[in-house]
Design a protein around this ligand. Sequence first.
Ligand code: SF4
Ligand code: SF4
Length: 101
Amino acid sequence: MTVGIPPLFETEVSCASCEACCCRLEVLLISDTGVPERYVAIDSRGGRTMARLDDGWCSALDRNTMKCMIYPNRPLICREFEMGDYDCTDERDRWKRGFLL
Ligand code: SF4
Ligand code: SF4
């Protein structure tokens, strides 16, 4: 007989129900994935990052859909940021706490 083992905890983490919290983080450009220059900021030491607008979100985020407008060319860091992993859930928690302050 096979007994279904329930998961230790349920997760509701989903990009579909998230306000792209991770797209407010600083994103260093450490390789060339073809990000259009208009979305790139250069700091005083020549470092390249995704530019962020005054609202804090990445300039390549569509404010209406909250989706990445350059998804096929998104930076390596964005590709490696995995939904549901520690950094993702931590960022979501920080975002929720911000609303409660
Ligand atoms: S990866 Fe995580 S933090 Fe980023 S949009 Fe998806 S659920 Fe939100
Ligand atoms: S490049 Fe796309 S995935 Fe990366 S932070 Fe900007 S909007 Fe988000």
